[in-house]
Design a protein around this ligand. Structure first.
Ligand SMILES: [Zn+2]
Length: 87
């Protein structure tokens, strides 16, 4: 049973860089891949398209990216969410 699960994991791709999740390139060479920011945006707006594992992967990328915004209102919403207002 465990082997089957591992096999599935290996076959799943990161929807942002299209590499296998275990080989995801999203943490490296960010500015060398200008297309990725658009792709990232679309991916994040359509999480329902992805499997549980892909979503978990995106979540772990997000927590490492620590995205901030040029827009003050968005930054203050983020601050509010981080303060636990979503719990
Ligand atoms: Zn990736």
């Amino acid at each position: 049973m465990e082997n089957i699960e591992k096999f599935e994991y290996v076959g799943e791709k990161c929807p942002i860089c299209k590499y296998d999740i275990s080989m995801c390139q999203c943490m490296f060479g960010g500015s060398a891949h200008p297309d990725r920011s658009k792709r990232k945006e679309v991916v994040k707006d359509h999480l329902y398209l992805f499997s549980e594992r892909q979503i978990q992967h995106i979540i772990s990328l997000e927590s490492r990216w620590q995205t901030s915004y040029g827009d003050e209102e968005k930054n203050s919403i983020l601050k509010e969410l981080k303060g636990g207002a979503n719990g």
